[in-house]
Each structure stands twice: as C-alpha cells, then as structure tokens.
Design a protein around this ligand. Structure first.
Ligand code: PAF
Length: 282
C-alpha cells in the first residue's frame, strides 16, 4: 500500500494513471476507520480502477477545539485495515500544512440554503469547513467518483450542491448507513463512548424506527413531541434536535405531501460525545 503525504506527489501519480485511462474512486475520511468506511471503500473498488482514501482530521470543520483535540488519530491501524481490504489502495494522509499552507481558514460557501438547517444551526462554520476541505481534496485527487455515507445526510446533500454550483467534474455517490448489530450507526466517535453511554446509544435508532412507523398516521409535530418525551426519560442521552425534513430542501415538514420524500434526523449527546443518525420515512 502506498501512503502519500504530499499533494504534489499524489497528484502526479494520479495524473499518470488517468493518462492511461484509469478511473479514480475517492473516499475522503478523517480516519479512525470502521466498517462504515470500509463499505465505502469496497463500493469504490467495485466501481473504479484506482481507489484513493484520504485520512485527514480537518481542523476547519470543528466548531469546538476540545472535540478536535479528542478526535481519534489512528493512522497505523487505519492503513493496516485498508491493506487487508486491498493492497492497491492509495492513501493520502497530508499534514495541515500540506492542505492549508500558512492559512488554516475556511472559504465561505453558499449551498442554496441547505447549510442553515439542522447541523448548520448547532455547528457554526462547520459546513464552510467541510466545503473547503472537500473542494481542496477534489482538486488534488481529481476523482471520477467520490463516496460519502448517508449517516451525514446533510453533508452529502451539501457536497452534491457544491459540485453542482461550482461545476466540479466529479460524480458524488451516497452510500447506505452501516450499523452495529444493536442498530447504532457506525461512527469514529463511538469508540470514545463509556460503557453506560454505549449501552444507551442504540436508543437513537430504535426511536427513529418508531418515529417512522408513527409518521404513517401522525403529523410531524405529533411525532416530534413523542420523540422529545422519550428522550426526556433517558438518563444517558440528551436530545439536541429531532426533525422530520424534506430530503430535497432539508427544511422541516409543515404539512405532509405524498409527492415528497422525507427523512427523520436526530442529534443527541451521550456524555460529551455528539451522535447523529437519520432514517428514510417514505
Ligand atoms: O465525513 C467526514 O469524515 C468528513 O466530514 C470529510 C467528508 C472527510 C471531510 O473532512
């Protein structure tokens, strides 16, 4: 497995492969890889001649410096895991300097309003940071296809919007959420959960599934009130938001229409660890 740390080197290597007609699949990550990431890598291996995985904890997308400091950094374990999947994967693990040079700063983006909903209300500057890093990585890797998990559904929507608005020549592929057997959505943050919080966390998905059932007959407002009550009874989880939103606009649904598609979204704290999850409703 080749691990590149310098953008010029990986760019040169990939341009040579592209010149030979090879297609490039790209899986951007912040490391601490788990089966959810591996499923994206496998999909990318199926679709492309060459697969690049970036491992970079991007400072500009963290609104909380403690969260950034505590974010797991496990490069050796990550590269071992990837080499068990395929020895041909190319890893790009840059330093902050390689990406940002002397200015660790986000660009400002407009994502057609998607950035103001849900995560955008609670994580100031987060999506500018995501847009900045993903756009830079796309410029370096120049992938044909790029793979993102639906766990971060709003991020996926925002990246699709960015690609459209900036006319970036890449096909963005959304991939299903990978879950533990107890239903908890896989996340690099899960490994920081203390036992009692880890035990409580599957309640998030259990609640999403009940919300989905109820949405068949009840209004979004009724379902939301029910979810909020259930979380009030939880000792180890604190709800930040529950929203039922239109999948196109990500705006909360006011009146249901059977012409539209909806998804329910949760963000909750387990101790100081913020977990998110979502489910398709129709
Ligand atoms: O989803 C993530 O892990 C990150 O937000 C991403 C897309 C790798 C950008 O840093």
């Amino acid at each position: 497995m080749r691990v590149f740390t310098k953008k010029e080197e990986i760019q040169k290597h990939l341009r040579e492969l592209k010149a030979k007609g090879q297609s490039i699949g790209f899986v951007p990550t912040m490391g601490a890889l788990h089966q959810g990431h591996i499923s994206l890598v496998q999909r990318s291996l199926e679709d492309n001649d060459v697969v690049v995985v970036s491992i970079f904890v991007n400072p500009t997308q963290f609104d909380n410096s403690e969260d950034l400091d505590k974010y797991p950094r496990t490069l050796e374990r990550d590269t071992d895991l990837l080499s068990n999947v395929s020895a041909d994967i190319l890893v790009y693990a840059p330093t902050v300097q390689d990406i940002y040079e002397n200015e660790v700063k986000s660009e400002h983006f407009s994502f057609g309003g998607l950035e103001f909903e849900m995560e955008g209300k609670f994580r100031a500057g987060h999506f500018d940071g995501v847009g900045t890093i993903v756009k830079r990585l796309f410029e370096i890797v120049e992938p044909d296809n790029a793979y993102f998990g639906e766990k971060d559904f709003q991020q996926l929507a925002i990246i699709k919007a960015m690609v459209k608005i900036h006319e970036l020549p890449v096909n963005v592929v959304g991939c299903p959420i990978h879950r533990e057997t107890n239903g908890l959505a896989m996340s690099s943050r899960n490994e920081r959960l203390k036992p009692e919080y880890k035990k409580a966390a599957p309640f998030i998905y259990k609640t999403l599934k009940s919300a989905k059932k109820q949405f068949g007959t009840k209004s979004a407002k009724e379902v939301t009130e029910w979810v909020e009550k259930q979380f009030d009874k939880q000792e180890f989880l604190k709800l930040e938001y529950f929203t039922i939103a239109d999948v196109e606009t990500l705006k909360p649904v006011k009146r249901k229409s059977n012409k539209k598609k909806y998804r329910a979204f949760i963000a909750a704290y387990a101790d100081d660890i913020r977990l998110i999850d979502n489910i398709a409703l129709n």
